[in-house]
Ligand binder design. Structure first.
Ligand code: ASP
Length: 348
């Protein structure tokens, strides 16, 4: 009996009245399922690159994003709304490589990519290479909801935004001094090593992402990024590619961060969900296999957040740190940055 109660509570159903139903008439209470929101702010963070003040504001921004997303879930709204709301907070925070604070391309521009996916309906929207969209995740969602397409790029995506009445910002809005200096460092390293390939060791990941499970048991995933420092020729990474950096279905939601070329070739987000769906792996097993085995085996690195429809989640990564956090039904935000920093585990 205990097992029945515990298992059923996972789905938010109070079982005790059911067990008593034959003898006593008790009103059955069916509370909402437990909601969960998991976020990341990129897997490229290193202790050496952070001042104490930067670390403090990054943690505060992660907590703010979790709180905002949690409020949405608490109000009974869809996972999709929580994912967008949390990502907008992270895009607006200059600490992360998405929206304001995005990394620079080789020729000194900020080119932004984003994607969102509604797991329940398998709808998806994505944009790539935009330079004047303040909150790329909002436009990715508009592509999903207000156009027959899945992905739009560059000037076309911006024209679509204008047709919807979205205000465009000046490209200088995205500029931060820290990212500019990172580009200078990457350019110098490239000069020293003579090739871009060898200089890729000084790339900076910082993509933001969110996955959520709402009170109706529906999942969503979203990712937003400036891509990789010193990228060129209209390079697009994994983040806006459905199945590579972003994916959700009825069982699983994933957002990745890392060296995008490897995530694209590994079809990383989809592979994680496929392992969960077809091989019966847990979020942890599937995340470990793809992020910490397959991608490093191929020469890449990074991390991901993985959430399954039973509310379980994993945050695998193989870099020195990954901005990360989660918030459950109790509304307490939990965040961590570095590898050796323990992130509180949810109470089962
Ligand atoms: N995955 C992103 C890209 O390759 C970079 C990141 O995660 O920071 O564009």
């Amino acid at each position: 009996m205990v097992r029945v109660i515990v298992k059923s509570m996972l789905y938010g159903i109070t079982v005790a009245p059911l067990l008593m139903a034959s003898s006593v008439a008790v009103a059955m209470q069916v509370p909402a399922r437990k909601t969960v929101l998991v976020i990341h702010g990129g897997a490229g963070v290193t202790r050496a690159s952070m001042t104490e003040a930067e670390e403090k504001s990054a943690r505060a921004a992660l907590e703010a994003a979790l709180r905002v997303g949690h409020e949405v879930l608490l109000a009974g709204k869809p996972a999709l709304d929580a994912v967008s709301a949390a990502i907008v907070v992270l895009e607006d925070a200059p600490e992360f490589n998405a929206g304001r604070g995005a990394v620079f391309t080789h020729d000194g521009r900020n080119e932004l990519d984003a994607a969102i996916m509604d797991g329940a309906k398998r709808r998806a929207g994505a944009i790539a290479g935009v330079q004047r969209i303040k909150n790329p995740i909002t436009l990715a969602r508009a592509v999903m909801e207000q156009s027959p397409h899945v992905m739009m790029t560059g000037a076309g995506a911006e024209a679509f935004a204008q047709s919807l009445g979205m205000a465009l910002v000046e490209p200088s809005y995205f500029r931060t001094e820290k990212r500019w200096q990172q580009l200078q460092k990457a350019l110098q390293a490239e000069k020293d090593h003579k090739t871009q390939a060898k200089a890729e060791a000084v790339q900076y990941f910082g993509t933001v992402g969110a996955v959520a499970l709402d009170a109706q048991g529906q999942l969503a995933a979203g990712t937003s990024t400036g891509g990789m420092t010193n990228k060129r020729y209209g390079r697009v990474g994994d983040s806006p590619i459905i199945g590579a950096g972003t994916y959700a279905n009825t069982r699983c939601a994933v957002s990745g961060t890392g060296w995008g070329e490897y995530y694209i070739r590994a079809v990383a987000a989809y592979d994680i969900c496929a392992r969960i769906e077809y091989a019966g792996q847990s979020a942890r097993e599937a995340g470990e296999a793809v992020i910490n085995r397959e991608i490093p085996k191929a020469g890449g690195d990074g991390g991901a957040i993985v959430l399954t429809s039973d509310g379980r989640f994993a945050l695998p990564f193989n870099t020195e740190g990954m901005y990360r956090g989660w918030i459950g039904a109790d509304g307490v935000p939990h965040v961590a940055i570095y590898k050796n920093e323990k992130l509180a585990e949810p109470v089962p």
